[in-house]
Design a protein around this ligand. Structure first.
Ligand code: ACO
Length: 393
């Protein structure tokens, strides 16, 4: 039996982000999330992850310019999205197919240099919002639309969706959301991307694989259900005539008694607090100047507070706190994004983190080959076909 290398349990090393569940802390590129996300532009955080430092003004302007130049919808992607919408393909599948179509647009080149991989990273980060927005517009019977070159990434996404400039509060809130979810340790999609990159495959393939992992409801799919839960409580409240507090309390008790879960609460790693929820909660507050948004946020906060109180009572000691998905739902709903664009919007931000991990793994890492624990049978005796009387165990 060969002995395992001492680092067998360590899948990889990264300088990109650190998740500390015990402290309730997330470090991105060396910065505490709370210090970075509300202040930085998304382009600054992208530069930080790709270069391990903040950009100078000139470097930032150059990056903004290069991303703006790449913010186009290539013909193969447009055809792919049109076909997907025509056949009722869901948003995350449409997005992955459109990303993969980049292999047609730019067939894998012989240039395997860091510069060539970085150029691919820029293209994918620039194009992801164009793909998500084009999907949404085609589905609504509208033609895709190109954003003006001079606006930033978050503003460009909203423009590509709506064909008009969004208000500055919505842009700032979306930018804070992008910064908040850009990277989160070795989560499932990031790990997937790193595994593909570790084989020296290519950037497009690694990002497409990450999108496939993100699609699953255990990973990127929770904000839609969190919003659906809020809507269900409000619908029941209208029917019953109870207060929002009373209806929420009844809903939480019934859900838990029935073995169900409250969407947007609890986390595998964060037990004292999810720092992303705090940052997004404050970002959502920035949208409260609009009375309709303010009323929605107030209702969501009532639902949150009652849910936390009742969970503490019916699930004592489980340390169930509000997680990032609850506030994502609140924030993206306030900005006016449709729920089936929540996960693609997550991908618009997370693709920057994926590409940083892909670059790190491709050029600083080695093949990822974790150990498995074999739990199958040992040394069975071979039985010829004609002698088998029953199904072998
Ligand atoms: N609502 C009600 N009870 C819950 C919830 C919840 N949201 N989350 C955990 N619990 C309870 C469980 O029923 C269990 O109770 P028990 O001890 O009586 O059996 C206890 O808390 C521990 O549950 P686990 O499943 O062991 O906790 P785990 O850390 O594995 O789960 C998870 C984390 C999956 C996020 C869970 O809290 C959950 O299902 N939340 C709802 C879905 C959600 O919001 N997902 C998004 C998470 S954020 C992200 O992944 C990006």
């Amino acid at each position: 039996m060969t002995s395992a290398p001492s680092d067998a349990l360590e899948a990889t090393r990264t300088r990109l982000s650190r998740v500390d569940g015990q402290a309730g802390e997330l470090i991105i590129g060396g910065f505490r999330l709370e210090d970075l996300a509300p202040r930085a532009t998304f382009e600054e955080v992208i530069f930080l992850l790709w270069n391990d430092r903040l950009p100078t003004a000139t470097e930032l302007a150059d990056l903004r310019d290069r991303l703006a130049q790449e913010r186009v919808l290539a013909p193969a992607a447009r055809d792919s999205l049109r076909a997907a919408v025509g056949r009722g393909v869901r948003s995350m599948d449409a997005l992955r197919l459109a990303v993969e179509s980049q292999a047609i647009e730019a067939p894998t080149a012989s240039d395997d240099s860091p510069a060539a991989w970085l150029a691919q990273a820029e293209r994918l980060v620039a194009r992801m919002p164009m793909l998500a927005a084009a999907y949404a517009r085609l589905r609504a019977g509208l033609e895709p639309i190109a954003p003006p070159r001079e606006i930033g990434h978050a503003a460009a996404y909203l423009y590509a969706l709506r064909g008009e400039l969004a208000d500055s509060h919505a842009v700032r809130a979306l930018e804070t959301y992008f910064n908040t979810v850009i990277d989160h340790g070795l989560n499932a999609s990031t790990f997937t991307a790193r595994v593909v990159a570790s084989t020296h495959s290519d950037m497009v393939a690694a990002v497409a694989a990450a999108l496939a992992a993100l699609k699953g409801p255990l990973h990127g799919g929770a904000p839609g259900p969190a919003l659906a839960m809020m809507e269900e409580i409000e619908r029941r409240q209208k029917e019953s005539g109870r207060s929002l507090e009373g209806e929420t309390e009844a809903y939480v008790r019934e859900t838990v008694a029935g073995g169900g879960r409250l969407m947007g609460f609890g986390h595998r790693v964060y037990k004292v607090r999810d720092p992303r929820a705090d940052v997004l909660g404050r970002a959502a507050d920035g949208l409260a100047s609009d009375p309709e948004r303010a009323a929605f946020l107030n209702r969501a906060k009532v639902i949150e507070q009652v849910t936390l109180r009742v969970l503490e009572e019916v699930k004592p000691g489980r340390q169930l706190r509000t997680n990032v998905e609850f506030y994502t739902a609140m924030l993206l709903q306030c900005i006016g994004l449709p729920p089936d664009l929540f996960t693609p919007t997550f991908a618009v931000a997370r693709v920057a983190g994926w590409t940083a991990h892909i670059l790190e793994q491709r050029f600083d890492g080695r093949l990822i080959r974790p150990l498995e624990v074999y739990i199958g049978a040992e040394r069975r005796a071979w039985v010829p076909l004609e002698s088998r009387q029953h199904a072998e165990g």
